[in-house]
Design a protein around this ligand. Structure first.
Ligand SMILES: Cc1cc2nc3c(=O)[nH]c(=O)nc-3n(C[C@H](O)[C@H](O)[C@H](O)COP(=O)(O)O)c2cc1C
Length: 262
């Protein structure tokens, strides 16, 4: 676990530094060039360094319109949009999340304490309990990111000038989280098509721990913060950020036969 966390920390620091130089983006399949839409999907990268210049309001409205046209189960459209462009408010949201990461890091990161000490054993036990309760959040990626945020090596909202919260209406049909994911995809792709950069921010869920901030954002029943999308003009060329993808096996059933493809 600790080796995995160290690897993730290195990766996060590299991401926080911004675009690398001339990294490979993708290869097209032999004999078939990617079309414009496919190319856009392949070239979009998360942006973690933004210019101070604000995104024009009309562009944000336009991007939200593409979000609004996302499909949803039963067409129940279980969301409402909250846009934050107020610098002081963004700074306040950032501060709150960083403080929460500091608390979480002290509670869960047993590598703070020397091997063989009681504090380390207690911290390890606490981490184990949390892991049982919320295993997704104790994957090495979020744990390492919490640590990096707590130590000021990784930002939460990446100093983006605009934040979009597609708040989820918990009364949505089936799995409204899926609908929010699709809205977010529409938003980041629309932003990309305008040369804007964006980054999903899962850590914004931490804001739900604070009643005042949740109320300020309108994230009160039946609405919930699931993700936030940071938006702005990128510094550097994000398409140069090569973020590798795994090749997962594809199970393919046809004519009564099962094949495994890659
Ligand atoms: C639901 C979701 C939550 C994410 N949360 C964060 C986050 O809190 N901070 C961050 O810097 N990146 C976040 N990301 C971005 C991922 O790290 C990124 O998509 C992944 O590393 C692949 O890189 P790419 O988007 O550049 O292709 C999130 C992505 C998704 C889809």
């Amino acid at each position: 676990m600790e080796a995995a966390e160290a690897a993730v920390l290195d990766e996060l620091e590299e991401l926080a530094r911004g675009p690398g130089a001339g990294a490979a983006i993708h290869e097209s399949l032999p004999g078939a060039e990617w079309n414009a839409l496919e190319d856009a999907f392949l070239r979009r990268r998360s942006v973690r360094k933004y210019k101070a210049k604000q995104v024009p309001a009309h562009l944000v409205r336009r991007i939200l319109e593409i979000g609004r046209y996302a499909p949803s189960q039963g067409n129940c459209q279980p969301w409402k949009f909250v846009v934050v462009r107020d610098k002081d408010m963004i700074a306040r949201l950032e501060r709150y999340c960083v403080d929460e990461c500091k608390k979480l890091s002290r509670l869960l990161d047993y590598s703070h304490y020397a091997k063989g000490t009681l504090r380390r054993a207690v911290s390890r036990l606490t981490a184990g309990v949390f892991n049982r309760l919320d295993h997704n959040m104790l994957h090495p990626v979020p744990v390492s990111a919490v640590k990096a945020i707590a130590e000021g090596r990784f930002a939460v909202f990446h100093k983006a000038p605009t934040l979009i919260f597609p708040l989820m209406d918990k009364r949505g049909v089936g799995s409204p989280e899926v609908d929010i994911g699709i809205v977010g995809t529409n938003i980041v792709m629309a932003a990309h098509s305008h040369g804007l950069g964006s980054c999903w921010v899962g850590f914004s869920k931490l804001l739900a721990r604070n009643k005042e901030l949740s109320e300020m954002l309108g994230a009160v029943w039946p609405y919930e913060i699931v993700e936030t999308i940071a938006l702005g003009y990128p510094i550097g060329d994000p398409t140069q950020n090569h973020v590798p993808r795994q090749t997962h096996e594809i199970t393919w059933w046809e004519d009564g036969k099962k094949q495994i493809l890659y």
